[in-house]
Design a binder for this molecule. Structure first.
Ligand code: NBG
Length: 846
């Protein structure tokens, strides 16, 4: 094992680095042993044979005595056999070449189910289906057995999963680095309409998709102090003398490209104690104390922080961040590069992409490796380091930008803090030179924020220490330059760029929507799956009545598939023919689920007041999916009220089923794959200037839902592409919202001046939804009336008007379908393949 802290290998420990790979120790005489063995035959018989081998020899059971879990595990391992040869071959090819590798550093990967993806990538779907049938098994049931690895919160983690998919499909060398959380995002349940969280024990039934490599463990140090001495050449040398350490064990996952034989690696780190337990203490009888340090160390990768767009300034979180970044940098430098590699050329071989600020501690870590361990001069190390990192910023909320108290960072990573100070000193000298006499600017741009508590601004460190900074949609990139990092973009205008997010068309169109996928392929051929701009070829079909009919039939079938799923999964009964109006995303005030709720309550008010009869209303089924961070009080109140309103409406016979609300618990990637293809209307209604991009918005448009949305995030680009006629725009623009705030926003004024709003809010607050208890809705209602930080009341009228336009449009089902087809045809831009090409052009190979 080598030590990430000292770089020295301990002779008495396991031999672990790639440089220590031994291979055969005598001549290889059997030709089969020369290369990877062939995968099983790509036939039903070949598959059956391999499956039974896995079941018998891998699981140790007979088919006749097997459980569903045995069958699933054997099936997963069988499908893997077809992928592994490509994986080994890709690895060998990558090692021979000297192409630059993308080191994608992300604290989250929201992967979704692996079996489905592997079947798709290997073209094994039909073979596996038939093979299982011949064994008397139902493939769908086995697929459903898989618990998805929920190693992320929402958009940011899912984006990382889409990106690694696209890189493999483009055959670009990439290693995805992250954390193998033992518990991913919590499983959400509802108890009395309120969210309750249950741990997500996704590993409990086995994890066939991972390849653990304990022999490649890396030691990561924490705490302690530093010591500076002068060496024989008179140079200052700093040594870090840490106080404690943990081991990082890599688990490898295959990331298959789409039917191109190329398979990249996702390397997730799991923390393990350096010493399992203290035998002396154990022998003395204090068992709990004997394993205390083990528990402490292993907590590092125990559980994902369920925070989304709000940072958790907790010590354990910083430990997680440094842990996976230190493991990853060490892994790349010591195990992936050739042994004698000249580190001055490091930027030719690697670019570490920082997925938000979570991995930014990698910048001082690389400086430490180069200066302290490899003996580089500071300036040279700094030039190398800056070329090796690039930073993506995923937010516009100032409170979501991570800062670490100096005290905490110094306690946990004393050497890194020193390095950060030095980076800052040098940088501020540069600022003083560029802007003589501008002390205020120097203070503004310092990595160290002075008050109220001295803290390290990680976004600044990333901007200074990286070669490029990008936002994730045009509008956000512009606001990033103008509002979040204005001084930096003034100093280095060329450093900033935009790369609009994308989603993988494989999982979110081809796999999730097989009926639409087939229809598209019949119309324009199959290559759109890896070249999504080809969807443009569908445009003429929007005017083809026969095609529209087929398209409608697909949508209806997808709705029914969703309703079957929701009946089985959540016991929900939903009407077959209603507009499916969907809002799925994390619960956050800025995303404004409340505005959606106000719309629903206003329609309900129309009905029960007799203003509109149920027969005259366009019937709608509202689907919500949303987890709230467990500590986010207001978000949880909103969940409670959505459930309360939903139940009241669903049970009210007077409205004759004109409205219904479904809020299935535990929205995740697996459920998204059923919800997205079924939707008619996609709700993207954040306050302008708050949603960095959104990626759900892209998935819905690609699957033929029309968007009702504000001018925010990637909505702006969706609207520009699909055209104003095929998008329902409403609400304040970002400058208008800013102006309104500057003028002193008063939600009460809107309440007073709009009768419909008044009735709606009064109804929501009346207690009729909460068992007669008006106080139960007060936290939200009062917040809206007195504060309304995201201006739901200001946008209410405009939203209602837009929803009226939606109703009108929906009544003309032919015209609606035409718009839906145009949405599909015109949103090929939002493929993550395109995003990856943009990163290659503008960041990684720029
Ligand atoms: C989220 C944004 C979304 C965006 C995703 C992916 C964070 C910090 N940011 O708007 O809120 O689509 O990132 O870029 O989770």
């Amino acid at each position: 094992m080598t030590d990430a802290n000292t770089g020295k290998s301990a002779a008495d420990e396991l031999q672990t680095t790639d440089a220590n790979v031994v291979g055969p120790t005598m001549p290889v005489r059997n030709p089969v042993a020369q290369g990877p063995v062939n995968p099983p035959a790509h036939t039903v018989d070949g598959f059956v044979e391999a499956f039974l081998r896995e079941l018998n020899f891998g699981q140790g059971v007979l088919l006749s005595r097997s459980t569903v879990n045995d069958q699933y595990l054997a099936l997963a391992r069988t499908v893997q056999q077809y992928l592994v040869a490509g994986w080994l071959e890709t690895g060998a090819r990558r090692r021979q070449g000297d192409r630059k590798i993308i080191g994608y550093l992300s604290a989250e990967y929201l992967l979704g189910r692996q079996l489905d993806n592997a079947l798709m990538a290997t073209t094994l779907g039909e073979i596996a289906e038939e093979a299982m049938t011949q064994c008397g098994l139902d493939l769908a049931r086995l697929r459903a057995q898989e618990i998805e690895p929920g190693l992320g919160n929402g958009g940011l983690g899912r984006l990382a999963a889409c990106f690694v998919d696209s890189l493999a499909t483009l055959d670009v060398p990439c290693i995805g680095y992250g954390i193998r959380y033992e518990y991913g995002i919590f499983r959400q349940t509802f108890v009395d309409d309120r969210q309750a969280e249950v741990p997500d024990s996704w590993l409990s039934l086995g994890s066939p998709w991972e390849f653990p490599h304990p022999e490649r463990q890396v030691r990561v140090a924490f705490g302690g102090r530093t010591e500076t001495t002068t060496d024989e050449q008179g140079r200052e040398r700093t040594t870090w003398i840490p106080a404690w350490d943990v081991l990082g064990i890599p688990y490898h996952y295959m990331v298959p490209g789409y039917r191109n034989g190329s398979v990249n690696t996702l390397r997730l780190w799991s923390a393990k104690a350096t010493q399992a337990f203290d035998l002396q203490i154990f022998n003395s009888g204090d068992y709990a104390e004997a394993v205390r340090s083990q528990t402490f160390a292993e907590n590092i990768s125990k559980v994902l922080y369920p925070e989304d767009s709000t940072p958790q300034g907790k010590e354990l979180r910083l430990q997680q961040q440094y842990f996976f970044v230190a493991c990853s940098l060490h892994d790349f430098i010591e195990n992936t590069l050739p042994r004698d590699f000249d580190l001055r050329r490091l930027p030719e071989r690697i670019i570490f992409q920082l997925n938000d600020t979570h991995p930014v501690i990698g910048i001082p870590e690389l400086m430490r490796i180069l200066v302290d361990l490899k003996g580089f001069e500071w300036d040279e190390a700094w030039d190398i380091t800056r070329e090796c990192f690039a930073y993506t910023c995923h937010t516009l909320l100032p409170e979501a930008l991570e800062v670490w108290p100096v005290e905490l960072l110094g306690r946990l990573l004393p050497r890194h803090l020193e390095i950060i100070y030095r980076i800052n000193d040098n940088f501020l000298d540069e600022v003083r030179e560029a802007y003589p006499g501008d002390a205020d600017r120097v203070r503004r741009m310092s990595i160290i924020a002075e008050g109220p508590q001295r803290a390290v601004r990680m976004a600044y460190l990333a901007t200074i220490g990286g070669s490029r900074v990008n936002g994730v949609a045009e509008l956000q990139s512009q606001l990033l330059r103008e509002k979040v990092l204005p001084d930096f973009s003034e100093l280095w205008p060329d450093k900033f760029t935009n790369i609009t997010n994308g989603v993988t068309p494989r999982r979110f169109l081809h796999q999730a929507n097989p009926l639409l996928s087939t229809l598209i392929t019949e119309a324009i051929g199959p290559s759109w799956v890896t070249d999504l701009e080809q969807l443009r070829g569908l445009e003429p079909y929007a005017d083809d009545a026969g095609f529209r009919e087929q398209f409608q039939a697909v949508k209806q079938a997808n709705k029914e598939r969703l309703y079957r799923e929701l009946r089985a999964r959540d016991g929900l009964e939903l009407p077959r023919h209603a507009m499916l109006d969907v809002m799925v995303k994390r619960l956050h005030e800025y995303k404004r689920q409340t505005l959606k709720l106000l719309h629903i309550v206003s329609l309900y008010d129309d009905l029960i007041s007799g203003d509109v009869s149920p027969a005259d209303m366009v019937s709608r089924t509202f689907v919500f999916g949303a987890k709230a961070a467990p500590g986010y009080y207001m978000a949880k109140e909103i969940i409670y009220l959505i459930n309360s309103v939903g139940r009241t409406i669903n049970e009210d016979k007077r409205i004759e089923g004109a409205l219904s609300v479904a809020f299935p618990a535990n929205y995740n990637v697996t459920l998204a794959e059923k919800v997205v293809p079924a939707a008619d209307l996609s709700e993207q209604i954040s306050l302008a200037g708050k949603e960095a991009s959104g990626t759900g918005n892209m998935k819905f448009a690609l699957n033929g839902a029309l968007t009702i949305g504000t001018d925010d995030g990637a909505n702006v680009e969706i609207r520009a592409l699909v055209g104003d006629d095929n998008f329902f725009l409403f609400g304040l623009t970002e400058p208008e919202a800013e102006q309104l705030r500057a003028d002193g926003y008063d939600p009460k004024a809107f309440y007073r001046s709009d009768e419909k709003l008044r009735r709606t809010l009064d109804l929501l607050g009346s207690g009729i939804f909460t068992g007669g208890d008006a106080s139960a809705s007060a936290p939200l209602v009062q917040n809206l009336l007195h504060d309304d930080p995201f201006m739901a009341l200001a946008d209410f009228r405009s939203y209602l008007d837009a929803q009226t336009r939606v109703d009108e449009a929906y009544r003309d089902s032919d015209a609606w379908t035409r718009s839906a087809i145009l949405n599909v045809a015109r949103t090929g831009f939002f493929s993550s393949d395109r995003s990856m090409r943009d990163y290659l052009d503008r960041v990684w190979l720029a």
